[in-house]
Ligand binder design. Sequence first.
Ligand SMILES: CC(C)CCC[C@@H](C)[C@H]1CC[C@H]2[C@@H]3CC=C4C[C@@H](O)CC[C@]4(C)[C@H]3CC[C@]12C
Length: 606
Amino acid sequence: MALIIKDWEVIDDPQVEVHTGGDSPHDMTLPGICEGYLLKRRKWPLKGWHKRYFVLEAGILRYSKHQHDVSEHHGSLDVSLAVMSINKKSNRIDLDAGDILYHMKVIAKSHELFYIWVTKLQAHRLFKKNEAAHVQSGFLQTLSVAGLAQRNGDLPAAVRNSSRGPPSVADSAAEYFDASDDVLCGSSSEVSDESGLSEGISATRKYRASISKTPNSVVPKSTGRRTTLPAPCPDNSHVGLMAILYNNIGKDLARVSMPAALNEPVNLLQRLCEELEYSELLDTANNTSDPYQRMVYIAAFAISGYSTATFRNRYKPFNPVLGETYECIREDRSFRIISEQVCHHPPISACHAESENFSFWQDQRWKNKFWGKSLEILPTGMVNVTLQRYGDHYEWNKVVTCIHNVLSQQRYLEHYGEVTIRNLKSNTCTCKITFVKSRYWGSDTNKNEVQGTVLDQSGSVIHRFGGLWHEGIFCDTLPTPKCVWKPNPQPKDDVLYYGFSTFAMELNELPPELKPLLPPTDSRLRPDQRLLEEGKVEESDRKKDDLEEFQRERRKELSKQGEEHVPRFFKKAKDSCGRDVWLTNETYWKLRENPGFANTENIILW
Ligand SMILES: CC(C)CCC[C@@H](C)[C@H]1CC[C@H]2[C@@H]3CC=C4C[C@@H](O)CC[C@]4(C)[C@H]3CC[C@]12C
C-alpha cells in the first residue's frame, strides 16, 4: 500500500521482475530521454524555487542552469536509489537518495507534464534496477557451475533484451504527444468534507440496508442460449505485467499487444453491448410519464453499466482490429445492436442499439494514466439514449475507472467522478451522479458508493438516490420508495469462467443458424478469440500474432496508396457541442437483409 501523508504519496519501489515467459516481446528497453525545465527548491544560499534544466537519461537525472549548458551540469542522481514521492495536487516530485535530496515542481500548472515526468521517472527507475539485477545475476552466473547456468527465461527481462536498441528521441516525443493530447485532468471527484460527506455516508448505509432487503430479480426463463463457456479460463498469474506496462507508458492500452493468456474471450465491441445488460431500465423509463422519475431510471441505467467491474479484473478484453464488427439481436429484450471498430489511432469503438422503446449509442475511446501501482482509464466521449415515446435525448459523460494494484493479483477496479445527465430536448431536469472515491483510511464498507440527485430547472432537488454500484441503487423519494436497480446474481462457478455474468457468456455464442448471416468481419468469427474461448491458449496466442501482423500489413498497404480506412457502418459527425462523434449510417440491417452479407463485398480481416 502506498503511504499517503497529506497529499503526498510515496511511490512504491519498482520490483525487478523475473520473467518466465520465454520469448515474450515485452522486454524492458531503455526508456526514452526526458528533458525540460522544472522548478527546483534550494535551501541555500538563495532560498526558494529556481528554474533548472533537467535531463533524465538511462536512469540518471542531471540538471543545469540552462538548456545550453547541460554539459556542465550541477548535480546528478541515480534515480533507482532514491525514494520518490509525489504530490498530485501541487505537481511536486521529491527524490530522496539519503545524501542527495531533490525537490522538484512542474512549472506550468500542467498536470500532463507532471504526469509525464512521474511516469518517465518510474520507467527509468525500473530500468536502472533491472540493469543492476543484470550485473548481479551475471556475477552469480560466473560463480555458478557451468552446467547449472540459469535458463534464459529465468533472467530479468533486461538481460535478454540488450540487442534491441534504445528508442529514438523522436519515438519518445511521439509518446509524449500521445499522452498529452486533450486529456481530462486529475481526479476531481474527491468529495470534500464540507460537502456533507458524513451525511452521505449514513444515507448510503440506509440505502444499503433497503437494497439488501429487496429480493433479487427472478431468474429469467431459459432463453435457449448457452449458460456457460466451452472451457474454463487459463491461469495467468505468471504473466509479468510490469515490463509491459512500463514499456508502454503514455500509449493507449488498447494498442499494446499482450499475451492471449491475459485476455477474456469477449472484445471491446462486445463489451459495448454488455452495457445493455440492464436495458429493461430504459424500457421502464420509456413507460414512465413523470419526467423526474424517468430521469431516475436513466440514472440507474447509467450506473448499472459499471457493475460488471466487480468480477472482471483479471483479464482484459480483446482489442478489435480496424473494421471489425459485432452484431447482437436480443428478441427476448427486444433490442438489436451493432458495433464497429472505426478508428485505429486512437482506437475508437462505435455502437448503435435500437428497440421499440429506446435508441442507445456511443463511441468509446479513452486515455490511460499509469501511476506505477494503479492505472487510470479516462474515457472521453458521451453516452446517448433517446426514448421513443417522449422524444427525450439524454446525454452523459463517463467517469474515471481505476485499476488498483494493476501489477498484482490483488487487482481491483474503482470508478470515481461525476456524471451529469442532460436531456437535450428539454431542460425540465438534469441529474448529477457522484461515484465517490474511496478514502484510503476507510474500510471496505465505503467502497463503490454512488450518490445522485435529480434537479429541476431552478436547481431544487426533486429526487435523491444512492447505493453501491456493485449492490444496487435505492430511491427514497419516489411515490413508493424502492430499489430501482439491483445486479443479477452471478452464475455458478463464475470464477472459473472469467467472472462473466450470464449475459456476458452469451455474447460470443455462435449458433449455426446465425453464422451464414454474419459479415465475415463479425467478432464471433475471430479465430484467436474463439480459440481462447475453447481453452486453446497457445494456439490463440499464435493466431493473435498473425492477425495483428496482418492488420499492420493492411495499414501499410493502405497508406502506401495514400488511402485511409473508411468505416463501413458509421459516419463521423459533430454533436451539438462540436465534438467529433460516430453515428450509424443505417446501412447494416438493410444490407444484412438484402442482399445479405454473403452477397456483398467484405474486407478480410483474418
Ligand atoms: C492488464 C490486465 C490483465 C488487467 C485487467 C484490465 C481490465 C480490468 C481493463 C482493461 C480495459 C478496461 C476497460 C476499458 C474501458 C472501459 C470504458 C469505461 O467507460 C469503463 C471501464 C472500461 C470498461 C474498462 C474496464 C477495465 C478494463 C476491462
